[in-house]
Ligand binder design. Structure first.
Ligand SMILES: Cc1cc2nc3c(=O)[nH]c(=O)nc-3n(C[C@H](O)[C@H](O)[C@H](O)COP(=O)(O)OP(=O)(O)OC[C@H]3O[C@@H](n4cnc5c(N)ncnc54)[C@H](O)[C@@H]3O)c2cc1C
Length: 532
């Protein structure tokens, strides 16, 4: 069974694409899906793995943005709430409704947050996820036993969505392929091609798996590279003014026993006037985030000490148990591609637009950046409308509002494979093919060997990191368990794709080196981990 094998030979063909999309995060994948589903000949190139950048490092919320409501940005919230509803309908296997509880320590806060959230409910209209309501102190304590309720007067319960970001990215890539599009990971765009009039006519690309270089021609090129958009804009015009101002957000992952709850906690105003979430996710507790202006950008941003301290201290103020560095199972950082204001002289990122920016350069290069995961579909629709206009393509209507994402289903299954949607049945078939693949990869996790085989055959996973970070998500929730699984994952991948023993060693070493960056422990322990 191999449904989603990438035909990389497509890069050898000399034909012209309607559209080449650079970047395989939420924005690029959404754009490629929108274009392919309108019938355009579409190619997407991702330099690393799908969602390797910001799109695997979110807070996992599908939301209208309660915080933007507080800032009075009603139309942004209204639009996002509509998209929240569509995302839940179209990717039902990945987006679930979640109860969030805001602890209130004064009656003034109760009135303020209840009024705001009633407005949030009203704005969501037919896409409502559930009604917000007041909870007594006792109800809050029952729902979140790990919350320190000493000075609590009550709380507000409201509903938003929760999802698996990197898995949605892979499923969007598959949906794009179902619609006739071509999506390739591990192909980096290294330059832009222009015709004699200075108009964009394609890209130079480098396949990092084979080492081959290509010239690929297209009628339009979309730059959807998140915090990397300025690199592509500078390929267009050297020294072009910067469009993006990265802002780093860090999450730490803890054992679920800290709150011992199925509901998420939302702290609306931390000591530095930001929002902190504690969200149950993949049987662990995700706590974050921060908002730190950063000058540089990278695919593996590192959490700053002050960001970690801030999260641990704030969580300790609200939790019954103090949270220490030893409790952290994983820590990861992501960079928000915030669209910078035209005159960017502020050192704070709070004033910078959270909305997206779509710009067309004189050469015809189309750049889309900013926004959020929740609004990826709408941003993509606007981008493809612009592509049609700029490249003078045939006018065809967007069809993604109701387009089901690959594998979407509503299921009552209790299996951990539920997250695969309808693909769950095919993974169960694999287990019938080889009962050995039903064995668990680690005693603390339900994941089985068949999932690794599935990821190689159908989810375009090429490295141990692809499997453990973005298909199974173990690196993001428990680094030590991920390191523990890496040898077996490499062995299974090697058998499946006929790789050598050297490949296994190299993959395991590379993975362990990367994984230690997600740990908060003294170097001696890191060294011990690397040598075992
Ligand atoms: C801490 C944090 C929390 C967040 N939480 C939420 C949330 O809860 N809910 C929500 O809706 N949104 C959230 N967001 C926002 C959301 O994650 C982002 O808006 C979204 O993921 C951005 O996607 P993107 O595709 O624009 O960028 P990216 O995901 O970064 O994708 C860009 C891709 O381009 C690729 N690329 C770069 N250069 C090249 C090249 N030369 N050739 C080929 N490929 C290239 C990169 O490798 C990368 O994969 C959060 C963001 C952060 C940072």
């Amino acid at each position: 069974m191999n449904y989603y094998k990438q035909e990389r030979t497509v890069l050898d063909s000399k034909g012209e694409w309607d559209l080449i999309v650079i970047g395989g995060g939420a924005t690029g994948l959404g754009t490629a899906l929108d274009a392919a589903s309108r019938g355009f000949k579409t190619l997407l190139l991702e330099q690393s793995d799908f969602a390797k950048g910001t799109s695997s490092r979110s807070t996992k919320l599908v939301h209208g943005g309660v915080r933007y409501l507080a800032q009075g940005d009603i139309s942004l919230v209204y639009q996002a709430l509509k998209e929240r509803g569509r995302m839940q309908e179209n990717a039902a296997h990945l987006v679930s409704k979640e109860e969030f509880i805001i602890p209130c320590f004064s009656w003034f806060s109760v009135a303020k947050y209840l009024a705001g959230l009633k407005m949030y409910d009203w704005l969501s209209g037919k896409y409502s996820f559930g009604r917000s309501r007041f909870l007594s102190r006792k109800e809050v304590a029952l729902k979140i036993p790990g919350l320190d309720d000493k000075e609590l007067v009550g709380g507000i319960s409201y509903f938003d969505g929760k999802f698996d970001d990197a898995r949605l990215a892979v499923n969007i890539a598959q949906t794009c392929m179902d619609q006739g599009g071509t999506v390739l990971n591990y192909v980096k765009v290294t330059g832009l091609l222009k015709d004699e009039n200075g108009k964009i006519s394609g890209v130079n690309a480098f396949d990092t798996l084979s080492g081959s270089k290509y010239k690929l021609y297209s009628k339009a090129v979309v730059n959807a590279t998140g915090v990397f958009v300025d690199d592509i804009l500078q390929m267009n015009i050297p020294n072009a003014e910067k469009l993006v101002r990265p802002s780093q957000g860090v999450h730490v992952v803890l054992d679920n026993s800290f709150l011992n709850s199925d509901s998420a906690l939302m702290i609306p105003e931390t000591s530095d006037k930001r929002v902190l979430f504690a969200v149950p996710w993949h049987s662990r507790l995700l706590v974050g985030t921060t908002d730190t202006p950063i000058e540089t950008h990278s695919l593996e941003p590192r959490a700053l000490e002050e960001e970690i301290d801030f999260i641990l201290n704030t969580a300790s103020q609200y939790f019954k148990r103090t949270v220490t560095r030893n409790d952290v199972l994983s820590v990861f950082a992501g960079l928000r591609p915030l669209a910078a204001p035209d005159k960017n002289d502020s050192n704070s990122t709070k004033e910078i637009s959270r909305d997206h920016k779509l710009i067309v350069s004189d050469s015809g290069l189309i750049t889309i950046t900013g926004g959020k995961w929740t609004t990826y579909r709408k941003m993509s629709e606007e981008t493809v409308d612009e592509v049609i206009h700029t490249a003078n393509l045939e006018k065809r209507k967007c069809v993604t509002k109701e387009l089901k994402i690959h594998s979407s289903e509503i299921s009552a299954s209790n299996s951990h494979l539920k997250i695969y949607g309808t693909d769950r049945l095919l993974i169960e078939e694999l287990v019938k093919e080889n009962p050995d693949w039903n064995a668990k990869l680690h005693p603390d996790f339900p994941n089985i060997k068949a999932e690794v085989i599935w990821a190689v055959r159908n989810e375009m996973a090429y490295t141990v990191e692809d499997v453990l970070a973005r298909r199974l998500r173990i690196l993001f929730v428990d680094v030590r368990a991920a390191i523990g699984m890496s040898g077996e994952v490499a062995r299974l991948m090697a058998i499946e794709s006929s790789k050598s023993g050297d490949w296994i060693d190299e993959q395991v070493n590379d993975f362990k080196l990367l994984a230690t960056q997600y740990l908060l422990v003294p170097t001696t322990i890191i060294e011990e981990t690397l040598t075992t």
